[in-house]
Design a protein around this ligand. Structure first.
Ligand code: GLN
Length: 472
């Protein structure tokens, strides 16, 4: 990462870098609204790590507002957490701070990370730096926009069904959604606990790796975390794809997708082939079930996870007559429409009499989706596919049609259902100069291999270096 190298070589200071980021936020964020909170004291913290030889010493970063950072408000994009100050810091963030990173603020998100456009934030939409009338994607839209606009060199996001990869694609940046369990979820406001993962967005793969390396590992505070199996642990990969077999799933090129998206992704696959990879057509036959399965399981888990926001714990509280009134008014007034919809869907899917028909059935189909991937990874090193069927759409264009918004997720949900890592890389633009991304999916714990492929691709192309023209 260039900024890190400049810091380490003494070409710049962490205070100067942090101040530069804050100045850029001040100049550009009024038109982007990527940030929900900016910490003006960041330069002072930056100065404290100035002389250390920590691996990320002085690197300014931003954190999606579903992750807890002590001393900064955490809203999860929701009015139900308005004014909440978390008493602790999420493990993934703490590890970065311990390595010398400086958190400058919290970025906008769809309420509780439920959405694909950041339009579900209770605090207003984030605008795409490539075209302010378009969405930045979601739910990590604030982090993606902040990186694309050069407000920070890297930002943390979370991905439950695509929320790192899709906004990365819409904003023309890179992003890693790690293997489920590789990065701790402790201190992340839970959405779909069996799907949530914490990852990084940055301009290039090189920008992701130093942060990713610090974030991973077993955490006693999250029982689902594991260290990679030993056979995977020490496998440095050169930045090459020579000799690798890369699968291209037929099911990810569907009718109705934007022709330029398919075109650019196929060109990018052609680049990998020219670099020495063997391109192998594959099938992931249960792909079509990912959407219905996800939209049963994620709301089911969300309905349980969001039960804790009751007006008694956290802040704030509505009503006072009796407990029932407090519950009803606090939740009724302070959750947004999409969150309420998910809670209702999830509660229904989990209710006695319907559990087997919906939740139980969805879990079985989830297993089949994972098996598709396991079978594929017996014969390929990675899978290359589009991230979303379209480029970033206009703000408001999905209006009141939640189903059409859910359809944006068809290519990203399978990796979460299967627990697989996914790397997003920019691969070009459409005719309106909106960015297009490609995802590389791998077997569990194969992030290093995905990085090698991504680096090889970015060594041969310069899409990751394109920057939006932002006035001011
Ligand atoms: N768009 C998906 C949803 O609304 C995924 C969101 C996410 O990954 N957090 O659930």
């Amino acid at each position: 990462m260039k900024m890190l190298k400049d810091l380490q070589d003494g070409k710049t200071t962490s205070r100067a870098q942090t101040e530069a980021c804050l100045a850029r936020v001040e100049a550009l964020d009024p038109s982007l609204h990527a940030f929900l909170h900016v910490d003006k004291t960041a330069p002072e913290r930056a100065e404290q790590v100035e002389t250390s030889d920590l691996p990320l010493a002085g690197l300014p970063i931003a954190v999606k507002d579903v992750l807890m950072v002590e001393g900064m408000p955490a809203t999860c994009g929701s009015k139900i957490l308005e004014g909440f100050m978390p008493p602790f810091t999420a493990t993934a963030v703490q590890k970065l701070i311990d390595a010398g990173a400086v958190v400058i603020g919290k970025t906008n998100t769809d309420e509780y990370a439920m959405g694909s456009s950041t339009e579900n934030s209770a605090y207003g939409v984030t605008h795409n730096p490539w075209n302010l009338d378009r969405v930045p994607g979601g739910s990590s839209g604030g982090s993606a926009a902040a990186v694309a606009a050069g407000l920070v060199p890297a930002a943390l996001g979370t991905d439950t069904g695509g929320s790192i990869r899709q906004p990365a694609s819409f904003c023309g940046v890179s992003g890693i959604k790690p293997t489920y369990g590789r990065v701790s979820r402790y201190g992340l406001a839970a959405y779909g606990s069996s799907l949530d993962s914490v990852g990084v967005l940055g301009r290039s793969v090189d920008d992701l790796v130093p942060l990713f390396e610090q974030m991973v590992g077993k955490d006693p505070m999250d029982a689902t975390t594991v260290d990679p199996p030993e056979r995977m642990a020490e496998r440095p990969f050169a930045s090459t794809v020579r000799g690798m077999r890369i699968g291209v799933p037929a099911e990810y090129f569907v009718e109705g997708m934007q022709a330029e998206v398919e075109g650019r992704v196929r060109e990018a696959i052609g680049v990998l082939e020219a670099l020495g990879a063997e391109i192998v057509p594959i099938n992931l036959p249960h792909t079509e079930y990912a959407l219905p399965v996800y939209y049963i399981l994620a709301p089911a888990e969300a309905s349980a996870n969001l039960a804790r926001y009751d007006g008694i714990r956290y802040t704030p509280r509505e009503g006072s007559k009796d407990l029932q009134e407090v519950y009803h008014l606090t939740r009724g007034k302070r959750f947004g429409a999409e969150v309420e919809r998910r809670i209702m869907l999830g509660t229904y899917a989990l209710s006695a009499g319907y559990y087997d028909a919906y939740y139980g059935k969805a879990q079985k189909v989830r297993r089949l989706i994972r098996s598709d991937f396991e079978k594929a990874f017996e014969s390929v090193d990675a899978i290359a596919a589009p991230i979303a069927p379209t480029v970033a759409f206009e703000i408001g264009s999905h209006g009141d049609d939640p189903l059409s918004m859910y359809l944006e997720d068809i290519f990203t949900l399978p990796a979460n259902l299967a627990g697989m890592p996914g790397l997003a890389v920019p691969v070009g633009f459409d005719g309106d100069k909106m960015p297009i991304g490609m995802q590389l999916m791998g077997a569990p714990f194969s992030e290093e291999k995905l990085f090698a492929i991504g680096r090889a691709y970015q060594g041969a192309t310069d899409w990751h270096e394109s920057k939006p023209e932002l006035s001011k």
